[in-house]
Ligand binder design. Structure first.
Ligand code: AMP
Ligand code: ZN
Length: 466
């Protein structure tokens, strides 16, 4: 039946195909970098990683943009409390986010973009919205007039036609019951960071960020837009209102939203204080792979209730997988090939792929893998599994791990602290600046030996523990 997704916009499961060629243009709302992300946030990003991997496994190329929200009410509040500039403050949590996502083996998007690098583009968009009659000004701030966009509510499936025209809201997050004209440009308040772009000193609202960065890199119509369910309203509804008012074209073809991770039945959130970070869980002796497995194992549209038993079960499942692989690599099997087991492997591949095609049903995909492993183990016990069957069995594991990516243990990094890694990276940078490439390469090799992988990006060097 092919790959299909549940689309929040149409409330239907739909066959997926990109608009142009073989390239999937996709946008993900990234983190607001004012703290360490918790594993609830990481669930949303793990879903996006599984989505990326399945799309690639089906032969698509990706152009995936993720933003970093580095200007926002909570950032301003907490940076001021820490006596830091918003740039110094957000850098710490942006780096931490990249470390956490690397530890979870989440593939980086093709483009990771920061809101503060796009203020000029946002103001241009706001001016165009103004020309088209979608905005009004009040006390130096600019608002979007939702009464002028009749299909407002199409994503969250709410009828907002009766709302009071002209009532407005300055905060970025609010309930459906509170739908009002939202802010595009916030006038500067005392001591707040602000930009002078010809529409009064101020800063952009959160919603305009994503519309502008998405369309700048991906064009007027995106194939896929993802985020957690809490972003459906108002954030994504507002993104549609802004983008479609600007272009007159459909903004996003498939909207995919991941459900929450909860603790004791409540959404895990920073404000409730009921959260664990990846660092917390690793500090308690869990591996990043176990966290990855746990987050990926529940289909993204189902709620995931976090428990320590759940992490333990994930650890045990990974051990079973690794033991199975070890057995296959080291046991001596009888000569020949058992055709029945080749058929069994083909059936496992089919079930695995079909489960993922079915709106990324990871639970079914895992079930297919474990049933196959059980059957193969039984065949190994009885001697029916032959040397000639290892190829297909290994291919299945490779296919499995290209999506779930838990088979290889994380290498311990030989005790190098983050500060030591940073010091070596500074040395490498200095060596490169002095055109001492030999020394720069030596440092890279030294880090690699310690399990540290470095990546030169246009935003500087990124590193991760393998
Ligand atoms: P934020 O940094 O708050 O904008 O959140 C980043 C991403 O994490 C968004 O896609 C949110 O929808 C998602 N998110 C926040 N809390 C949870 C949670 N408890 N479970 C799953 N996803 C979450
Ligand atoms: Zn967004």
């Amino acid at each position: 039946m092919g790959l299909r997704f549940y689309n929040t916009l149409t409330q239907q499961v739909e066959a997926f195909a990109p608009l142009h060629d073989n390239v999937v243009r996709m946008y993900t709302c990234g983190p607001t970098v004012y703290n360490y992300v918790h594993i609830g946030n990481l669930r949303a990003f793990t879903f996006q990683d599984i989505l990326r991997r399945v799309l690639r496994a089906r032969g698509y190329k990706l152009d995936h943009v993720m933003n970093i929200t580095d200007i926002e009410d909570k950032i301003i509040r907490d940076a001021a409390a820490a006596h830091k500039s918003i740039f110094d403050f957000t850098k710490v949590y942006t780096d931490a986010f990249l470390e956490d996502t690397a530890a979870l083996r989440l593939e980086g998007p093709e483009r990771l973009v920061k809101a503060t690098d796009h203020i000029h583009d946002m103001v241009t968009a706001i001016k165009r919205l103004e020309q088209r009659g979608y905005t009004y000004e009040s006390d130096g701030s600019v608002y979007y007039r939702i009464a002028n966009f009749p299909s407002y509510g199409q994503l969250s499936h709410n009828d907002f036609s009766g709302i009071r025209a002209g009532a407005r809201v300055d905060v970025d997050e609010y309930d459906k019951a509170d739908a009002r004209d939202f802010v595009l440009w916030k006038a500067q308040k005392d001591g707040e960071p602000a930009w002078d772009e010809g529409i009064g000193m101020g800063r952009p609202g959160w919603h305009i960020e994503c519309s502008v960065m998405a369309m700048k890199y991906l064009g007027e119509t995106l194939d896929i837009h993802t985020g957690g369910v809490d972003l459906t309203f108002p954030h994504h509804e507002n993104e549609i209102a802004q983008s479609e008012a600007l272009t007159g074209k459909q903004f996003v073809r498939y909207w995919l939203h991941s459900e929450h991770l909860s603790v004791d039945g409540q959404k895990m959130s920073k404000s409730l204080g009921n959260f664990y970070t990846l660092r917390d869980l690793i500090g308690m002796g869990n591996t990043p792979e176990a966290v990855r497995y746990l987050l990926a194992s529940v289909p993204y549209r189902k709620k995931l209730n976090f428990t320590f038993d759940g992490i333990k079960a994930a650890t045990t499942a990974i051990e079973r997988l690794r033991n199975y692989r070890l057995r296959m690599e080291t046991a001596v099997f009888g000569e020949g090939l058992n055709p029945a087991l080749e058929d069994r492997a083909a059936a496992a591949v089919k079930s695995f792929d079909e489960a993922l095609d079915d709106d990324l049903n990871t639970a079914e995909a895992l079930a297919a893998a474990f049933e196959y492993i059980r059957d193969t183990n039984t065949a190994m016990d009885s001697g029916e599994f032959r040397a000639g069957n290892t190829g297909a069995a290994q291919d299945f594991l490779t296919r499995f791990d290209s999506i779930f990516d838990v088979l290889n243990p994380s290498v311990k990094s030989g005790g190098l602290s983050d500060a030591e890694v940073d010091a070596l990276l500074s040395e490498r940078k200095a060596a490169k600046a002095a055109r001492n490439f030999k020394r720069a390469d030596e440092v890279r090799a030294q880090l690699a030996e310690q399990g540290i992988v470095i990546e030169d990006t246009k935003d500087g060097v990124r590193w991760k523990r393998q």
